[in-house]
Design a protein. Structure first.
Length: 420
């Protein structure tokens, strides 16, 4: 299904031909993100992502946008803990144009001092915006509890202070260090000819200077007791987030953890949704998800609920965690979760953009790409006993972390601590 090629300078390219589509999606991935940053320039990966859209040595910001949008395409970028991605989705006829522009942005960004000055204001407003959104900021608080005093516990965008103090040489030095072929993956899916795509990659990326592969300090998992952080704020609704450290993305139990996530809070049939929302009406929003990183991970639970229901909801969540690690999931519930995962996986890969993201993330993070069929085969090997075993592994003697935003006078921090 996938064709992989290594360029002469060491960059890796991956393609999937999907002839019955009109589109092609292309992403240039860099194996560098927020966890690679020194604390003094926290947020530099995200800042750099913004700046690459501002222009290159031969293209202005308008030139970049108009060349893609003027042909009916769309472009974007995003920053994560372990990688950064610049992407486009265009008609297949425009593959060369899209690849030319993306590679020009990545290799030849101008990093104009005037653009840096303006973008500082934009990013600081973005940081303040998300701090004003309790359902978003509560997760930043939780990351600080899960990984204190290390890059994984910091806001991806940095702080108002680090962004304000960042200099052009900080940004350009960071780019020069990490934006090299050893850290580059180019991923494409859609109506393309793989050989032609690889030839275009060689053409547009051959000027990239070689450099070292990125590295990071492994996450520390030391924790002696449950952690709780409460931000008292006059909100109409309390927002809580609970996190338990899990394991890395390549762990043998990763698919069992995915099924555990679905059973507990991954959809409207899940246990927490039924118990807190359907049966008791305690929460409008209640869900779980997993964070998978190279060397660590987390199982996360979040809820938005009436302020007076924080203690009761936390008790019920703890009850469900205890229950699933002590009692094997029933056959019918297990099969529903398994079929949900397989269905969502296959449905989610129908679009060329989703295919590109799937290939790019796996190759960047793991150095290999499983086919959907291989994943389905692994899911079919899992049993209800595996889910219970992994629940015990994650929820057993590992300490919980919990962040809450809301009017603290409506509940007592001491009572929440006692529940944890």
């Amino acid at each position: 299904m996938y064709e992989l090629r290594t360029l002469n300078n060491g960059g890796r390219c991956i393609a999937r031909e999907i002839p019955d589509r009109d589109s092609i999606s292309i992403g240039i991935w860099l194996n560098v993100g927020a966890r690679y940053e020194p604390e003094a320039i926290s947020g530099v990966s995200h800042f750099l992502e913004h700046l690459l859209f501002k222009g290159t040595k031969k293209r202005s910001n308008d030139d970049i946008k108009e060349a893609i949008e003027g042909r009916g395409g769309a472009m974007n970028g995003f920053t994560a803990e372990e990688f950064t991605c610049y992407l486009v989705k265009v008609l297949s006829r425009d593959m060369d144009t899209a690849l030319d522009i993306l590679s020009d942005m990545v290799l030849n960004a101008k990093l104009d001092p005037g653009d840096i000055k303006k973008e500082k204001t934009v990013i600081k407003e973005e940081i303040k915006l998300y701090m004003d959104l309790p359902n978003h900021h509560v997760h930043d608080m939780l990351m600080e509890l899960l990984w204190p005093d290390q890059p994984l516990g910091r806001n991806l965008a940095g702080t108002v202070e680090t962004v304000s103090d960042m200099k052009r040489e900080d940004i350009s030095g960071y780019k020069k260090k990490y934006y090299n072929p050893a850290n580059i993956v180019v991923s494409a899916a859609g109506n393309l000819a793989a050989d032609r795509f690889f030839a275009s990659c060689e053409k547009y990326l051959n000027a990239a200077r070689t450099g070292p592969k990125s590295s990071y300090k492994k996450a520390s998992a030391a924790q002696k007791k449950p952690n709780l952080k409460v931000l008292s704020k006059e909100t109409e609704q309390a927002h809580l987030a609970i996190g338990i450290r899990a394991f890395g993305r390549d762990d043998p139990d990763k698919y069992s953890l995915t099924l555990l996530n679905i059973i507990l809070g991954g959809n409207m049939s899940s246990r927490l949704f039924r118990e807190l929302r359907e049966k008791r009406g305690l929460a409008y929003e209640i869900n779980t998800h997993t964070k998978k990183l190279n060397d660590t991970g987390a199982f996360l639970i979040s809820a938005g609920l009436d302020n007076k229901n924080v203690i009761r909801s936390t008790e019920l969540i703890m009850k469900e965690l205890k229950k699933i690690k002590e009692k094997t999931v029933g056959k019918d519930e297990f099969e529903r979760a398994r079929e949900f995962y397989k269905g969502q996986l296959l449905l989610g890969l129908e679009d060329t953009l989703d295919q590109m993201l799937w290939m790019g993330e796996h190759l960047s993070a793991e150095g290999k790409i499983p086919t959907p069929q291989e994943v389905v085969a692994e899911i079919d090997k899992i049993s209800p006993d595996d889910v219970r075993r992994v629940a015990g592994r994650v929820f057993g003697d590992r300490h919980l972390n919990m962040a809450v935003i809301g009017p603290a006078d409506k509940y007592k921090e001491k009572n929440i601590s006692e529940v944890l």
